[in-house]
Write a protein that binds this ligand. Sequence first.
Ligand SMILES: Cc1ncc(COP(=O)(O)O)c(C=O)c1O
Length: 391
Amino acid sequence: MNASKGLASRAVSVSPSITRVLANAAMDVDGLIPLWFGEPNQPTPQFICDEAARSLSAGETFYAEGLGRPYLREAIAGYMSDLYGKSIGKDRIAVTVSGGNALNLAFQALLEQGDKVVTLTPAFPNLLAIPSLQGANVVPHKLQIKDDQWHLDCDAFLETAKGAKVVLINSPSNPTGYMMPREDMQKIMSVLRERGTWLISDEVYARTVYDDKVAPSFLDVSEAEDRLIVINSFSKSWAMTGWRLGWLTLPPSITPIIEKIAEFSVACAPPFAQRAGVVALQDGEDFIRQTAQSYKAARDQVCSALLSHELVSCPVPDSAFYAFFKIDGVDDSIAFARTLIDKAKVGLAPGDAFLVGEPGWFRLCFAQTEQQLSDALTRLSPFLEDPEKAQ
Ligand SMILES: Cc1ncc(COP(=O)(O)O)c(C=O)c1O
């Protein structure tokens, strides 16, 4: 008997992560510079690690509350209230085991089989896969490029969003760095409020902005009981990708539902990681400021090198840590990325992974040292100059 015959069709049909497949195949390539994954190259700051070690030594190794330890929920509520200049109560906060887990819980709480979910593309692939795996009909709406910047026509988007149960917006965006202006948030929020549509706002890059303290947020333009769920994570801002810690900001009436369903998946976030989360929030501002400055310098280094090639176009981002660029003349991005692994020894994520809808696009994560980036750009240069070399 073939065991795989009896599997759920959603699980079988969901596309695997293209980037993961490429990266796995390149595991043994000696000297490869991997710029395909979305994570900072530096380890978690020592003061955060020390707090987790202290917690472990103190025996904090037991199950914790489903919504998170009260002291972390309190710390997150205080951090969010300060950041957005409005009172956000602890009753609105649920600690999760990563931003990814937060997205899963939010969709689990909202979706019925066949519900329409509308989201923006190019997108982080998990944003399409998570609702699809939960039985939703996911409808992508493509951002456009206007004056060399990613741009959303709000009216067209709201037209696509008609009949949706959930609208999912990721701003600042992975992979484009698109940051939705506050006025557009205001407009979208008020139309969705009128329609009774849910909005899930993925704001895991809220602090990865170069010229401000924080990106515009749907929390700026909403009330506590609006149908809005905001996703946050410790992964990017505090270089804690491996810790698996995030949180949801919810309408208070939804918090008990999240508590109930969290119990049936991961039960709780590790208590020592939660202790570390508190010090990250309280003492992490210098780290956030310094890394934002270094990402800005890396952005300048990478974008100016890419744009020096005639065939390359690249909207220059003000947030997140990705250059999402197009090489004219490349008609198969996945094959091209494979050749770059072999010939240039640089790992890039092909645009197909983000549903960009046309060939020639690539994502490069520049949360790396200047030297790594400089080496990678030197190696890429001949292929950017003449893509035929790789085909
Ligand atoms: C837009 C976006 N949302 C959510 C996540 C998930 O982050 P994590 O699960 O590490 O918290 C990522 C990670 O790359 C992301 O880019």
